[in-house]
Design a binder for this molecule. Structure first.
Ligand code: FE2
Length: 449
């Protein structure tokens, strides 16, 4: 058991601290009623250091937490480490050069998605890890030997074609590769893309016909790497650009558009509107300028690329800080009306027990914002939208997440009504404490058994 004292990093305090146990719970207490049509798993990934400590919130070991719903019941809750080399050998150092070069040496801690019959645990520096339907680890995958570098934690699954569009970045050339995975799970296209340098590209954007890369001024720094620190720093001399490429295009087809310096970990969505490409994003003014914990508040912005004039209009949408933006899976790359985010409390990213949590909903047609205010001490994670059966509107469905209660130091899995945004969940499942984490998905058996 790790003792928490004044020297404990903020990401290991409060609900940032890891859980020491893997559990399977089948007798679950449900308040309210779980919609009977929900047949699948909500699974969320996060960094949960196996040794109890890590030098940075991004370096903990991947632990997935899942809740299985069927016939209006919560069948189980499970949490499992992704069985990476770091679990087999807790002495491995992620910043050791020989470990860095091993593309299976993933922390597998960032996201979990279902595609082509597989559940993939993802982290951006390495290859995906395949999980089974009960969150056990099958093992790393390089798509049958085709993937020779890293694979992003934020692939985009096209709701029209079923393709999974992705990329991988690297601190060494080639700095960026575009990756296109067919609907049946084969890596069918790999393209080297020229960027300004070893940029850290956490996420990207897709539209019906294009992908958009974000070449931003957070770059790999070999000196920091040699010192054993987070090897990325902010570079004021590095131009910020958006690169638009046809989905089956190559490096020569990329058109680059300058934007003001900023960092975006997570876009909400992108789509085409005639000659324009619209991108809704959670934008930070910079990252990692002063230290490896330098995260200014993220805000919701809209970028509109005019591909005929080459200009990009940049507008702030909301002054309330928010992160982990999502849209319905059915509108990824297509015009969206609604977007959802986790509000960032005024105390910032640090694990502050007692802060007031909220989930935000944006209506991009009317400009209206609504929210689920959870009150002090109740902190949600990323809201995942799941459509209602036979949904007639884009927001006809549910928002799922885990909510931590600082008073009891326990968590709940909650299902909110996305239409009404009522703060009273439709269903709430009592769970042990689930540490704060990153991204998740609703995964039905048809997507991944
Ligand atoms: Fe992310």
């Amino acid at each position: 058991m790790t003792t928490i004292d004044d020297t404990t990093p903020s990401h290991l305090r409060g609900n940032g601290r890891p859980t020491a146990v893997e559990q399977t719970i089948t007798e679950l207490t449900v308040t309210g009623s779980i919609p009977a049509e929900l047949d699948g798993r909500y699974v969320r990934n996060g960094a949960n250091p196996f040794t109890g400590t890590s030098i940075h919130p991004f370096f903990g070991d991947g632990m997935v937490h899942g809740v299985r719903l069927r016939d209006g019941r919560a069948e189980w809750y499970r949490n499992r480490y992704v069985q990476t080399p770091f679990i087999a050998d807790p002495g491995l150092d992620i910043l050791d050069p020989s470990v860095v070069m091993d593309i299976t040496a993933s922390k597998a801690n960032t996201h979990v998605v279902g595609h082509a019959g597989k559940i993939l645990a993802l982290e951006e520096g390495h290859v995906p890890y395949v999980l089974d339907g009960e969150l056990g680890t099958v093992g790393p995958t390089d798509f049958g030997g085709v993937l020779t570098g890293s694979f992003t934690a934020h692939p985009k699954i096209c709701p029209e074609t079923g393709e999974m569009l992705a990329f991988g970045y690297s601190p060494l050339p080639p700095y960026l590769r575009y990756l296109r995975v067919s609907a049946d799970g084969h890596l069918v296209q790999t393209e080297e893309i020229t960027v300004g340098g070893p940029t850290m590209m956490h996420d990207f954007n897709v539209t019906r016909n294009h992908v958009i890369f974000m070449d931003l001024p957070a770059v790999f720094d070999l000196e920091l790497a040699m010192r054993g620190e987070m090897p990325i720093h902010w570079d004021d001399s590095y131009p910020a650009r958006l690169g638009v490429m046809p989905r089956n295009g190559s490096d020569a087809d990329v058109r680059w558009f300058d934007i003001d310096p900023c960092y975006v970990f997570h876009p909400m969505n992108a789509y085409e509107d005639g000659d324009r490409i619209v991108l809704d994003v959670a934008r930070l003014s910079h990252i990692w300028r002063d230290s490896m914990m330098d995260f200014p508040m993220p805000h919701f912005w809209r970028w509109t690329i005019d591909t005929s004039t080459g200009q990009v209009k940049e507008e702030q949408v909301d002054d309330r800080p928010g992160e982990f933006p999502r849209v319905a899976d059915s509108v990824v790359g297509l015009p969206h009306r609604y977007g959802y985010m986790m509000a960032i409390p005024s105390e910032g990213f640090e694990a502050v027990d007692g802060a007031a949590g909220a989930i935000l909903k944006y209506d991009r047609h009317t400009g209206a914002t609504s929210s689920i205010e959870l009150g002090r001490g109740h902190m949600p994670g990323e809201p995942v939208f799941v459509p209602a059966e036979g949904a007639s509107a884009e927001d006809d469905g549910y928002l799922m997440t885990f909510v931590h209660d600082a008073d009891t130091d326990t968590s709940r899995f909650v299902v909110f009504d996305a239409t009404t945004m009522s703060a009273e969940p439709l269903a709430s499942v009592d769970l042990p404490r689930i540490p704060s984490g990153f991204h998740g998905s609703w995964i039905e058996d048809s997507v991944a058994g």
